[in-house]
Design a binder for this molecule. Structure first.
Ligand code: GSH
Length: 238
């Protein structure tokens, strides 16, 4: 049995981690049976979640988790895509995971005290009260260092939210009237896009990024469609 290690669920979305939702969505889209172990990144092989255990092997990093699952169980989800479509999907994946992700991270860890309190409660409430504040402060320091190192943390808010609007607009235009990113059938890029968009649109982290994304009716409907289909237990996204 595949075991997926991820954060405990909070809010009305599958997980507060964009990358964890990506993997759980992929598992549901491919109908692979799995069980979940709730944990924190401290114990993960690369210090990050998600990671997965299967047949005695630990696989870390969502990109390598999907490669592993494709090799072990077949790449049925993307079988209908041609080379150009696969290349296009890969470029979107990188925009979402390597750019939009950091803008979203900024809204959780840097942007406002209200957001930080939400984020802190969501992640660290699983810890004993005595350790919670201290671990949360250390983590906040480390994650803000990552956001600064990646570059987003060096920009001002106007610049950050201008970049966010560019990413969201690009996604809105590309999705257009389609049901899924690459057409009328779900593929791996939809596990990615849903994982990240639902973590912007449907969680209580307020910012111009969320407000702008909520204005894009097709993206909101897309998240609702995927959530209703694959995560009906989470209810409606809004
Ligand atoms: N490239 C990794 C990124 C995973 C990642 O950044 N996970 C975050 C949660 S969304 C994490 O565990 N961060 C903890 C840390 O950086 O200390 C992947 O694709 O899995």
């Amino acid at each position: 049995m595949i075991t997926l290690y991820q954060f405990a669920p909070v809010w009305n979305i599958p997980n507060l981690s964009h990358f964890c939702v990506k993997i759980e969505t992929y598992l549901r889209m491919t109908k692979l049976p799995y069980e979940i172990v709730e944990t924190l990144p401290l114990k993960a092989p690369l210090g990050k979640l998600p990671y997965l255990e299967d047949q005695g092997e630990k696989v870390a990093d969502s990109r390598f988790i999907i490669s592993y699952l494709q090799i072990q169980y077949g790449n049925t989800l993307d079988a209908h895509l041609n080379e150009l479509e696969l290349a296009t999907a890969k470029a979107w994946q990188r925009l979402i995971e390597e750019h939009l992700y950091w803008l979203s991270m900024y809204t959780r860890w840097n942007y406002s005290d209200a957001n930080w309190q939400q984020n802190k409660r969501a992640i660290f409430s699983v810890l004993p009260v005595i350790a919670r504040d201290c671990v949360a402060s250390v983590y906040r320091y480390l994650i803000k260092k990552q956001i600064y190192g990646q570059g987003t943390g060096r920009l001002n808010e106007d610049q950050i939210f201008a970049l966010a609007a560019e990413d969201i607009s690009a996604l809105t235009v590309f999705l257009g009237e389609k049901d899924y990113f690459m057409g009328d059938k779900a593929s791996t890029i939809d596990a990615v896009a849903y994982g990240f968009l639902v973590n912007i649109i449907a969680c209580p982290i307020e910012s111009p990024l969320k407000r702008y994304a909520l204005e894009q009716e097709n993206l909101v409907a897309y998240c609702q469609r995927i959530q209703s289909h694959y995560f009906s237990e989470c209810g409606d996204i809004l």
